[in-house]
Design a binder for this molecule. Structure first.
Ligand code: CMC
Length: 430
């Protein structure tokens, strides 16, 4: 029993249970509720997991009230300023920043696993040209399980690590292939002399008939966006990866499930949603009308890119990305009225009582879409970009979960509100 505990008493029966208080390094302590069903016969009710810690983790810490985001203890602001995506991925996976040799070895591994099996390329032919890239990502990443399954020993740490490397390396190749399929251009093979973001841009935008020079502005901006999106502790997609992984499923199937969870507009799909929304709003005069829609509880319209389950003052990633957004637009010479519309919307919403009262601030996705657009990345690929970046976080959590000697299958309970037991009635008597 932990030295600190709480006593929970059932006021109907007078029975009590002592619940240990679990203390982390930072953040709220957590009540261990495992004893409640046995002692009192109750489950705990926490729909959408607003207050439930589903696991212990050493990877990422968020303080939503203070706008703090730490990866393995390092503030996101410092990583964004000084690190690169591959180094951040190493940090997430291994827990420490790499020394020069470790970095060289890791980045070499990631560079050299970029090719996909030739027969996987044929999978793309099965998709219609207008299939959403996220649907292709889910399918093709899941299909990697067909190539890496039989020889995979889920009890061998080395095998798990190789799977993690394959995922980080191959996802850009698959993402670019999804894009090429959607525009009817040949799939471009990766180039291992390029770094992670350069290679992605090269595979997306080069064609076999002419030379292509990767824009350093685009590669630098992507690198920063990927650092900002690399991990975000137990969000919907990461929890999905952990839940699927807890069954012992193939890692490529787990990441495919994470991609599915990310796609929704309340999560990673919001960056695409921001652009669709700005298109719909059309011009500054229409902002008040759309703000009224967002406030109307009978209207499903929400201000995309606003609000966050955890951040209630500001999203530290949004502060960094907002600045970069201006820099990219200046460096690329983009004169986009959509950007002015976005900035006006941000200004008006931040003064609006409804948004102020509910602490709804622009999140990272409000700005990332604008940057992607300025870099020439098509809107339907925005969430794919998020998925690529988040893969390092997903695999880190999956590896952490797989290494937990006390790990059990994830299996939530429910509060049943359906019909009580009743007898079957035959069709002619209904
Ligand atoms: N527009 C209008 N109203 C909103 C919005 C919004 N974007 N977000 C929240 N609200 C309202 C919500 O209706 C509720 O109102 P009331 O108290 O009157 O019922 C109140 O604000 C509090 O919301 P909440 O319950 O704290 O929100 P949540 O934690 O359930 O959901 C969210 C968080 C991000 C899903 C939600 O804010 C949302 O749907 N935002 C738009 C989509 C978006 O930008 N998602 C990207 C999230 S950041 C990237 C990532 O990590 O996934």
């Amino acid at each position: 029993m932990s030295s600190k505990n709480l006593t929970l008493t059932d006021n109907t029966t007078g029975k009590s249970v002592e619940l240990p208080l679990l203390e982390g390094t930072l953040g709220n302590s957590t009540i261990d509720v495992k004893g409640i069903p046995g002692e009192l016969g109750y489950f705990t009710h926490d729909p959408s997991f607003g207050t439930t810690a589903s696991c212990e983790s050493e990877i990422t810490f968020i303080d939503g009230d203070k706008g703090v985001l730490l990866h393995r203890g390092y503030p996101i602001e410092q990583l964004a300023e000084n690190s690169n995506y591959i180094e951040t991925a190493y940090l997430l996976i291994h827990g420490e920043l790499p020394n020069a040799e470790e970095f060289a070895t890791f980045s070499n591994i990631i560079r050299r696993h970029t090719m996909i099996n030739e027969s996987l390329k044929k999978f793309f032919d099965g998709f219609r040209h207008d299939a959403h890239p996220m649907s292709m990502m889910m399918g093709v990443v899941g299909s990697l399980a067909a190539f890496y399954h039989d020889g995979l020993n889920m009890n061998d740490e080395e095998h798990l690590m190789v799977s993690a490397h394959r995922l980080i390396s191959k996802l850009p190749t698959i993402a670019a292939a999804c894009y090429k399929h959607s525009i009817g251009e040949p799939i471009v093979y990766p180039r291992n002399d390029l770094d992670y973001c350069e290679n992605l841009l090269y595979m997306m935008f080069s064609v076999p008939c002419e030379d292509y020079v990767v824009s350093p502005i685009a590669a630098k901006a992507l690198n920063l966006l990927f650092i900002l999106h690399a991990d975000h502790e137990q969000n919907a997609s990461t929890s999905t990866v952990r839940l699927v992984g807890s069954t012992g499923a193939n890692p490529f199937a787990c990441i495919s499930a994470g991609i599915a969870a990310l796609w929704g507009p309340a999560h990673g799909g919001a960056n695409e949603g921001v652009l669709t929304m700005l298109d719909e709003i059309g011009s500054v005069e229409n902002i008040p009308k759309f703000l009224e829609k967002a406030k109307d509880k009978n209207d499903p319209f929400k201000l995309m890119g606003f609000g966050h389950r955890v951040y209630k003052n500001f999203d530290p990633r949004a502060t960094i990305i907002r600045k970069v957004c201006y820099e990219v637009l200046e460096e690329t010479g983009t004169q986009d009225p959509m950007f002015e519309l976005a900035m006006k919307l941000e200004e008006i919403a931040l003064k609006d009582e409804y948004f102020v009262e509910r602490k709804l601030y622009p999140n990272v996705d409000f700005y990332s879409g604008v940057i992607y657009k300025a870099l020439g990345i098509p809107v339907s690929m925005f969430t794919v970009m998020f998925a690529l970046a988040r893969t390092s976080g997903w695999v880190s959590h999956w590896l952490e979960m797989m290494a937990d000697p006390n790990g059990r299958i994830g299996r939530p309970r429910q509060l049943y509100k359906g019909s009580p037991k009743r007898d079957y009635v035959s069709l002619d008597e209904r």
